[in-house]
Design a protein around this ligand. Structure first.
Ligand SMILES: [Zn+2]
Length: 336
């Protein structure tokens, strides 16, 4: 089969690799779509993974083979990723105590979905309901990141919320914040294409912080500052902006992974006793929430998908996404 194999910093090569065989508890999925994640882009650009790695964790596809212990699936089932077994009350991640998101690419990783076929534990996939297309289902992972963030953000009915960064996670966070009861959701990004999508998805107002002073604008609109800021950008200025634009005692959720030093001037906001919390990944139960939100048509993905590329075009797609000023939001790879 063909797969996109990481060679070195900034180089993915599509080449022939052996077809995966299912372990006893695994399924083989013929990959329909795999969405390009910002974390893949970072690991690719910074060379933070082992040569030979096949990335891709935002996928959908069709079951074509099953291990001998697998129950509940049959050949032909449409599936997407999920979190696995749900153990109520003990859902926190089992990462090592000094886990670093930056070094994660060097942990042992199974080959991912930038490939025609992929083997995965049957516990880590769920069936796609008829109401959801394969293309939509490939975005269930970033949606679940946003679901997790919004659920632990304690957004309450009537809150003014600001989303910094209108990439896929930010745009899902925007939609989830509205569903959670945020009255006004303001979105900030320097990319005009992303701001257009944010408006299409119902943002109350959008801002380009390279043209206006975001903090001043938000304070003008809310008088006291926003209740909640969702930092989904990880740009040099955005953490400081998020911490500065919330109200006294306001909350900042940080989901973005800044790979370089960011600006921070605590004297501007320490006096307001703001709360900051990071969030990472998802709880197993939250995948089912995402699936239901998509099934009930509460979440829109269409406007977010800027481009679908073939597997053979993946290297160019990564390069294009990393180009400053590109007008892309979400790029999805069609793997077959
Ligand atoms: Zn992802």
């Amino acid at each position: 089969m063909k797969a996109a194999v990481f060679k070195e910093e900034n180089i993915l090569v599509v080449e022939d690799v052996p077809d995966p065989k299912p372990g006893d508890d695994e399924i083989i999925m013929k990959v329909s779509y795999c969405a390009i994640c910002g974390s893949d882009l970072h690991r690719y650009a910074y060379g933070m993974m082992n040569p030979g790695t096949i990335m891709g964790h935002e996928f959908s596809g069709e079951v074509v083979d099953l291990g001998k212990n697998v129950k509940g699936f049959k050949v032909g089932d449409r599936v997407t990723r999920c979190g696995g077994k749900i153990s109520p009350g003990s859902e926190l991640s089992n990462f090592p105590p000094r886990y670093s998101a930056r070094e994660r690419g060097f942990l042992p990783l199974k080959p991912g979905a930038y490939a025609q076929y992929m083997a995965t534990s049957a516990e880590k996939v769920m069936k796609i309901p008829d109401e959801i297309t394969d293309l939509e289902a490939s975005l269930i992972e970033p949606l679940t990141v946003a679901v997790h963030m919004v659920r632990i953000s304690n957004i309450r009915l009537g809150d003014n919320t600001v989303v910094l960064g209108a990439g896929p996670i930010g745009l899902f966070a925007q939609q989830c914040a509205s569903l959670a009861g945020a009255l006004r959701v303001y979105v900030s990004d320097i990319n005009p294409a992303r701001l257009r999508v944010a408006l299409e998805l119902g943002a109350h107002k959008v801002f380009d912080p390279s043209r206006v002073d975001l903090v001043k604008e938000i304070v003008k609109l809310t008088e006291i500052g926003a209740d909640v800021a969702l930092e989904c950008a990880g740009a040099k200025a955005t953490l400081q902006q998020a911490l500065e634009l919330v109200k006294m005692g306001g909350r900042v959720m940080v989901v973005s992974l800044a790979w370089e030093q960011v600006d921070c001037l605590p004297v501007e906001w320490v006096g307001r006793e703001v709360e900051m919390k990071t969030c990472y990944g998802h709880l197993n139960s939250e995948w089912l929430i995402s699936l239901s939100l998509m099934q009930e048509k509460k979440i829109k993905t269409g406007p977010m998908i800027s481009k679908i590329v073939g597997l053979s075009e993946i290297q160019e797609a990564f390069q294009e996404l990393l180009k400053p000023g590109n007008e892309l939001v979400q790029v999805v790879v069609q793997c077959n």
